[in-house]
Ligand binder design. Structure first.
Ligand code: RIB
Ligand code: CA
Length: 314
């Protein structure tokens, strides 16, 4: 089992990423940390607690992190995820608490205590991760790799070239990609291959209990905003792709490349300039995802959710 910490901004796709990470036997989810992104920190943290309550995940600490980007004002994605950040289904009161430690301090402590290096899986803006590397530079040696959802080798989704997670905090992204820690970038170019079709929604509904129908409702809402905003016939399940890369690297094909983060561009702030052909003359600083085995990805996801469901029954 690969020990991981999931840093997220739930967020509909983050919610599924939490369940994949908690349910799949290939990874050991040590902690969930939250960051402001899709919604404000109080909402993303409440949503993480809601998802863990729904999924029956009571043994993974949840810690809240940064409430705003390193230097810029926060920009949320209410148009995509709704005012709550997890619009669609109704959730009861969460039965999973948030710990008192700041996310960065919890990650630092776990990195020091864990007997082997830990994989960090950020699926929101990289503010918490950048702050960890800045506040505790020695922790870099305790990080096996950073496998993140963010960026794109092609176009963006909050500007012509900027993807949301990088756009919200490009300074944080520059710190992470420049840290020397092994980074794998799962960008829009590959997450747009993970489309939640009606067939996938039906598989979720068939899971039974509360878990299946709520996951289906989450995806139905997510589909409505992706249809309205971008004309997608099915929404892309971004964040679980990063978790899947850790679970089974063969699911996500990667190439080595230098990735430069645009932090000053008048029209390109937050763009990931992925140098696939070495034009910049810089050595690779990341593995960049370029392909997804979508059928096996969804089989693995549904399997993990079935395991969670079975755990609720037993
Ligand atoms: O651009 C997609 C990413 O931004 C996903 O992680 C989504 O949850 C939002 O955080
Ligand atoms: Ca996210």
């Amino acid at each position: 089992m690969t020990p991981i910490i999931l840093d997220c901004d739930p967020g509909h796709d983050d919610a599924i990423a939490i369940m994949l990470a908690a349910g799949d036997p290939a990874v050991d989810l040590l902690a969930i940390t939250t960051v402001a992104g899709n919604q404000t920190l109080d909402k993303t943290t409440l949503n993480a607690r809601r998802v863990c309550t729904l999924a029956g995940v009571h043994d993974v600490p949840i810690a809240a992190g940064c409430a705003r980007p390193l230097t810029r004002p926060l920009q949320v994605a209410a148009d995509v995820h709704g005012e709550s950040g997890l619009d669609g289904p109704r959730f009861g009161e969460p039965a999973v608490p948030v710990v008192g430690e700041h996310a960065v301090d919890l990650v630092h402590r776990l990195l020091q205590e864990h007997p082997e290096p830990v994989t960090l899986v950020p699926t929101g803006p990289l503010t918490n991760i950048a702050l960890l590397l800045t506040r505790y530079p020695g922790d870099a040696a305790r990080i096996r790799e950073i496998v993140l959802m963010g960026g794109s080798t092609e176009r963006g989704n909050v500007g012509p070239y900027a993807e949301f997670n990088i756009f919200v905090d490009p300074e944080a992204a520059a710190i992470v990609f420049g840290s020397g820690v092994p980074v794998t970038m799962c960008g829009l170019n590959v997450t747009h291959q993970a489309l939640v079709t009606p067939e996938v929604v039906a598989r979720l509904e068939d899971l039974g209990g509360d878990l299946g129908p709520v996951c289906a409702e989450l995806m139905t809402f997510f589909a409505s905003t992706y249809k309205k905003l971008w004309g997608f016939e099915a929404p892309p399940l971004h964040d679980p792709v990063a978790v899947a890369r850790v679970i089974d690297p063969a699911l996500v094909e990667c190439v080595d490349a230098h990735v430069a983060i645009e932090v000053v561009g008048a029209h390109t702030r937050g763009a990931t300039c992925v140098d696939l052909h070495g034009y910049l003359g810089e050595p690779p600083n990341a593995k960049v995802a370029v392909g997804l085995d979508a059928p096996r990805f969804f089989d693995r996801l549904v399997g993990a959710l079935e395991d969670l469901r079975a755990g609720q029954v037993s």
